[in-house]
Design a binder for this molecule. Structure first.
Ligand code: NAP
Ligand code: F7E
Length: 382
């Protein structure tokens, strides 16, 4: 049985990838960091009920900022494949914590690559690095492919550039099977709540249920090539099954603005929005209600929102010091060499996220709390 090690197993991609690899018959070792609250919500279903029960899923503690535990774990496990998904992955937060982000997202990659060398695992262990479309930043051409030059626009992207090039360098210098997946934004029902898609679908669900009044957003004009994380973890695995290590762009080839994503999400529950005004004065306003759709999705008659109500406002708090305006990936190489095709388009993604968030918000215990736990109004949601 092949052994795979996943850093960042408690994250969105880590959870989907662990599931995929277990289904493929791997023994999966997930690395997690210590947190003061439970941080295993996305992978709880993978744990055994009793210690000692048979399982193909194991976990261990480490941190990307510490070399010694990484070396020890690699020595114990001797994995066939390593998927390095751990990172401080929030672009806006990286402006507040640039040094930590550089350490975890940049040097963290080096720590793993050096550990592979130190332990003489170069011939055995294949390495996947979670690179990102943020590398393209202020884009030099559209669409972006494997040859498009980089122009990072955040401490996150600058740290990830180091991770990208050190992965290439170790491949060229030491013959390591190390490759970069340059993944464009990918989302899902288990996407972190502080990324814009999930912030929108949670708020749309809450507002439809009468648990939240307004949604505050930053730059509505930003455009992203949004895919589904389930499709994207398959691409990660495919990259490590090739005869030779290469870097691949993974994207859908379609870009959508934040504004349009919000329109689609509210539209799912029959709330049709129109945007009026410009810049900080722009507002998302109820244009009309599709009562039949609302009733079908929510299971009760519509009451609390009227035409003309303002549901979305712009708050400059969510602006970034430097923004990435437009991302659109060209996944031709992945299609031709990996045979990779996404199953989801952005409409299917919105439907699945909305459906999941509605179910979650409708749970009796949330409602009993008046939605308090899930509707921070002055949000810490970046
Ligand atoms: P995520 O949900 O934020 O998960 C990140 C994971 O890294 C979590 O398990 C987190 O642990 C862990 N982590 C953070 N700092 C750590 C540290 N210092 N030591 C050990 N673990 C640490 O991110 P994701 O969306 O699954 O993305 C996975 C990877 O792909 C990341 O490297 C991200 O930068 C990259 N990426 C993501 C996208 C995307 O659109 N999702 C696109 C391109 C690239 P906690 O659970 O404890 O926080
Ligand atoms: O922002 C704009 C924001 O935080 C998308 C990470 O997974 O994908 C992700 O990075 C856009 C930006 O993702 C809000 O300004 C407007 O233009 O969802 P996001 P991101 O920055 O693209 C890449 C590929 C990664 O690698 C990263 O790890 O939406 N936006 N209003 C907002 N963004 C947030 N978060 N919150 C807002 O209120």
């Amino acid at each position: 049985m092949k052994k795979a090690l996943i850093t960042g197993v408690t994250g969105q991609d880590g959870a989907y990838l662990a599931e995929l690899l277990i289904k493929k018959g791997y023994i999966v070792y997930g690395l997690k960091r210590r947190a003061s609250t439970f941080n295993t919500k996305r992978i709880d279903h993978l744990f055994v009920k009793n210690r000692g029960d048979e399982t193909n899923f194991h976990y261990a503690y480490t941190d990307m900022t510490e070399t010694t535990s990484l070396v020890r774990l690699l020595k114990e496990i001797e994995p066939d494949e390593i998927y390095n998904l751990a990172a401080q992955s929030h672009v806006k937060v990286s402006f507040d914590t640039p040094e930590y982000t550089a350490n975890a997202d940049g040097l963290g990659v080096l720590r793993i690559l050096e550990s592979i060398r130190l332990l003489g695992l170069e011939k055995k262990t294949k390495f996947y690095q979670a690179s990102t479309s943020e590398l393209y930043g202020k884009v030099r051409e559209t669409p972006q492919n494997e040859n498009t030059p980089f122009y990072p626009r955040s401490p996150y992207a600058v740290a990830k550039i180091y991770g990208y090039w050190i992965t290439v360098n170790y491949r060229e210098a030491y013959n390591l099977f190390s490759c970069n997946g340059i993944l464009f934004n990918h989302e899902s029902p288990i996407r972190g709540e502080t990324f814009v898609t999930r912030k929108i679908t949670r708020a749309a669900a809450n507002i439809a249920l009468g648990l939240q009044k307004k949604l505050l957003l930053g730059n509505l004009n930003a455009k992203r090539d949004w895919g589904h994380a389930k499709d994207y973890v398959k691409a990660m695995w495919l990259m490590l099954q090739q005869d030779k290590p290469e870097d691949f762009v993974i994207a859908t080839g379609i870009t959508t603005s934040v504004r349009e994503f919000a329109v689609k999400s509210f539209g799912y529950v029959g709330i049709n929005l129109v945007f009026l005004g410009e810049g900080e004065e722009e507002r998302g306003i109820v244009d009309h209600i599709d009562h039949e759709r609302y009733e079908r999705r929510i299971g009760k008659k519509f009451a609390h929102i009227r035409k003309g109500d303002v549901l979305i406002e712009v708050d400059p708090f969510y602006y970034r010091p430097t923004e990435v305006d437009l991302l659109l990936g060209d996944p031709t190489k992945a299609r031709e060499k990996l045979g990779w095709e996404p199953k989801y388009n952005v409409e299917m993604l919105v439907d699945e996220m909305m459906d999941s968030d509605l179910k979650m918000m409708q749970k009796e215990d949330y409602l009993k709390k008046g939605g308090f736990e899930i509707t921070p109004q002055i949000e810490d949601i970046m």
